[in-house]
Design a protein around this ligand. Structure first.
Ligand SMILES: Nc1nc2c(ncn2[C@@H]2O[C@H](COP(=O)(O)OP(=O)(O)OP(=O)(O)O)[C@@H](O)[C@H]2O)c(=O)[nH]1
Ligand SMILES: Nc1nc2c(ncn2[C@@H]2O[C@H](COP(=O)(O)OP(=O)(O)OP(=O)(O)O)[C@@H](O)[C@H]2O)c(=O)[nH]1
Ligand SMILES: [Mg+2]
Ligand SMILES: [Mg+2]
Ligand SMILES: [Zn+2]
Ligand SMILES: [Zn+2]
Lengths: 207, 207
């Protein structure tokens, strides 16, 4: 419990610091391979089209794959390797954000390590938290990991184009979401071909 | 480090206990929704066809979805809900195995919680550890989470039928496996339609 309290205090500091620069900040959590980076790549493009600049902090256990993909879209990016840790924490994000010129960006995006469990207990200080799952993981992800959906500000159920190939009925996922996290807006997207992605991005950027 | 040492000691006890009953034991780790339960369902059927009986311990954060799916195949199953913990540990498996009549089974199967990070550091005492990923997560899973592939006894890259829909080149995954875990046998499977699954099951059961 001490670890969680300490993290929450640092998260509050991070949040205040970002607010003082007038920056909107959004975290993306979710399962490994659910499509977090692809959605962030498109979000960076969407922001640029509206004349807004993005800073991105990418958390991964090892390597710089996601860092390179997002950097190619022209954002200011910082890579954080977590090693044995299966989630980012506010302390890591505090230090990573020091490497970004906060006066040169309008929006800070954080991609957490793929994990549907621990991130729920470790807020990072961002204004919004989005959880991303994909239909290819099966139709039971929501009821199996209720907490991370309940603490989110938005939910993305991605890869809906693949639902027929994994025998997943989207209505089962929607029913679980209504029961488990009725207060959280949910978006069914196909990030690859763009379906419903604009709707999600406008909603999360308060446009 | 104390936690890892304590876990290893209990895992050794579990291993000795299973050996004394002449039981083959296999753990399935891997990403959420990669196909662990589907593979276990087919493994239980495969064992039954060869006159062998399976006991299964299923770890999930919440609910009994996987428990019910596997029970329907006639195996002796125990459900373990891990709550806030993102992985099983040897202590949980020790207690769960007490609920199974070890003289009535030939093979014990353990399904870990979906997570490509922590399970690597928490052996459960089984003779073999298998890690399952699916191509729908992208082609970078191996280089992003090297440790869990290096400590495994076998690797399953599942859902190869879906590779064309997510722009994944299987050769990229195979090249990473050769570089990162050259000593570990890898199987490219489609558990839904059965491709290469028999080959994997025969290999893991030493038939
Ligand atoms: N068909 C389809 N493929 C998608 C979609 N979204 C992502 N993908 C594919 O899914 C794979 C994983 O996407 P990423 O963006 O790397 O996922 P991620 O959540 O960032 O993965 P990690 O950071 O490794 O946890 C890639 O091969 C993408 O091309 C989608 O909506 N439809
Ligand atoms: N097309 C296709 N679908 C598959 C394959 N293997 C599993 N699936 C589907 O993938 C989804 C997830 O499968 P599960 O067996 O529940 O995966 P799991 O790893 O046990 O999931 P968790 O226990 O929740 O982490 C289900 O909808 C399966 O039907 C495959 O090889 N090909
Ligand atoms: Mg990513
Ligand atoms: Mg399962
Ligand atoms: Zn964790
Ligand atoms: Zn863990």
């Amino acid at each position: 419990a001490d670890v969680l309290d300490a993290n929450r205090r640092i998260a509050d500091d991070v949040g205040e610091h970002l607010d003082s620069h007038g920056i909107l900040s959004v975290e993306f959590m979710g399962s490994t391979g659910s499509g977090k980076t692809l959605i962030i790549e498109k979000l960076v493009d969407h922001l640029a089209k509206n004349g807004k600049r993005a800073g991105v902090i990418v958390g991964d256990v090892a390597g710089d794959d996601d860092y390179r993909r997002i950097k190619a879209h022209g954002a200011e990016v910082v890579n954080v390797n977590t090693g044995k840790e299966c989630h980012l924490d506010a302390h890591l994000v505090e230090h990573a954000s020091e490497k970004i010129d906060l006066d040169a960006i309008d929006c800070l995006i954080v991609e957490n390590v793929g994990n549907l469990i621990c991130p729920a207990d470790f807020p990072l200080g961002t204004k919004k938290r989005v959880v991303v799952i994909s239909v290819t993981e099966g139709d039971d992800m929501v009821r199996k990991h209720p907490v991370i959906f309940q603490i989110a500000d938005a939910i993305v159920v991605n890869k809906i184009d693949l639902a027929p190939y994994v025998d997943v009925d989207l209505k089962v996922i929607q029913t679980d979401l209504k029961r488990i996290a009725p207060h959280v807006p949910a978006f069914m997207t196909d990030a690859k071909h763009g379906e419903n992605l604009e709707t999600f991005m406008d909603a999360i950027l308060d446009e």
